[in-house]
Design a protein around this ligand. Structure first.
Ligand SMILES: NC(=O)c1ccc[n+]([C@@H]2O[C@H](COP(=O)([O-])OP(=O)(O)OC[C@H]3O[C@@H](n4cnc5c(N)ncnc54)[C@H](OP(=O)(O)O)[C@@H]3O)[C@@H](O)[C@H]2O)c1
Length: 245
């Protein structure tokens, strides 16, 4: 099939989201990429300026059903068709030991990493079903599979994304819609701001590859999962961690 991908990437001003957007734009001259942004927009704006005919900013607060409805309507109006590739990349963590975690920390992380993925998938589902084609790639984390202390909220949310992905993949398997999830370990250029040089060295020492992922190495996997060729791959949860686990 000739593929005219209309790709929505959430959190596209962030480290991984921006790399994903650039990766698609540089490798698929026919695709249109919509960069989901919330507050920070500077880097996404610069990329849109470089690819002004095929890249567009898309204001999107991922925890709001109304914002999702507005975003998918904007994309359909601007590109002549509905979103057919959704990359649920936006997310954040707010770590604390469970004993002292506030309810706001718990529910904020669940809303911003899990409920947001539900809203995103639901907002694109009917058009994808009508077209009988679609690709959804969810970004979870290695924390879902190998959960560190201090991340009960984030680990639960990202594990929930894996469960959501695998259940939805079964619902859409006969409709040409694939749904997969990636579980990256640490990504170069996107490490927690409070890590010391010593901590960084220690984690690298524990990683069999002795280094973190380059964002492009994660983007390459997402690019494949979002392709027509990845047609038999659905419900997969891929760990991208340099064999850390
Ligand atoms: N960095 C890592 O090592 C790593 C490892 C495993 C998994 N991940 C996952 O990979 C994804 C991307 O991470 P990253 O390192 O690129 O993070 P990042 O640089 O902090 O970027 C996250 C992006 O998500 C956006 N975002 C967060 N909450 C949002 C909301 N409620 N509505 C709309 N946008 C929202 C942020 O927007 P604002 O700029 O407006 O805040 C930002 O653009 C996340 O899901 C993260 O959990 C990251």
């Amino acid at each position: 099939m000739e593929l005219n991908r209309r790709i929505l990437i959430t959190g596209a001003n962030g480290a991984l989201g921006l790399c994903l957007a650039r990766y698609f734009l540089e490798r698929d001259a026919a695709c249109h990429v919509f960069l989901g942004v919330r507050e920070r927009r500077d880097r996404a704006e610069a990329l849109v300026a470089d690819f002004s005919d095929r890249a567009f900013l898309c204001p999107l607060e991922i925890t709001s059903a109304e914002a999702w409805a507005a975003a998918v309507a904007q994309i359909e109006a601007e590109s002549g068709g509905p979103v057919n590739v959704l990359i649920n990349n936006a997310g954040y963590h707010d770590d604390a030991l469970l004993a002292s975690m506030t309810q706001a920390q718990w529910s904020g992380v669940i809303e911003g990493n899990l409920s947001s993925v539900f809203l995103g998938c639901q907002s694109v589902m009917k058009p994808m079903m009508q077209q009988r084609w679609g690709r959804i790639v969810n970004v979870a984390s290695l924390s879902a599979l190998h959960s560190p202390a201090g991340q009960t909220n984030y680990a639960a949310a990202k594990a929930g994304v894996i469960g959501l992905t695998q259940s939805l993949a079964k619902e859409t398997a006969r409709l040409g819609i694939t749904v997969n999830v990636i579980c990256p370990g640490h990504i170069e250029g996107a490490l927690p701001a409070n890590w010391t040089e010593e901590q960084i060295k220690a984690v690298k020492r524990d990683t069999p590859m002795r280094r973190f992922a380059r964002p492009e190495e994660i983007a390459a996997v997402v690019f494949f999962l979002a392709s027509a060729e990845a047609s038999y791959m659905t419900g997969a949860a891929l760990k991208l961690d340099g064999a850390l686990v």
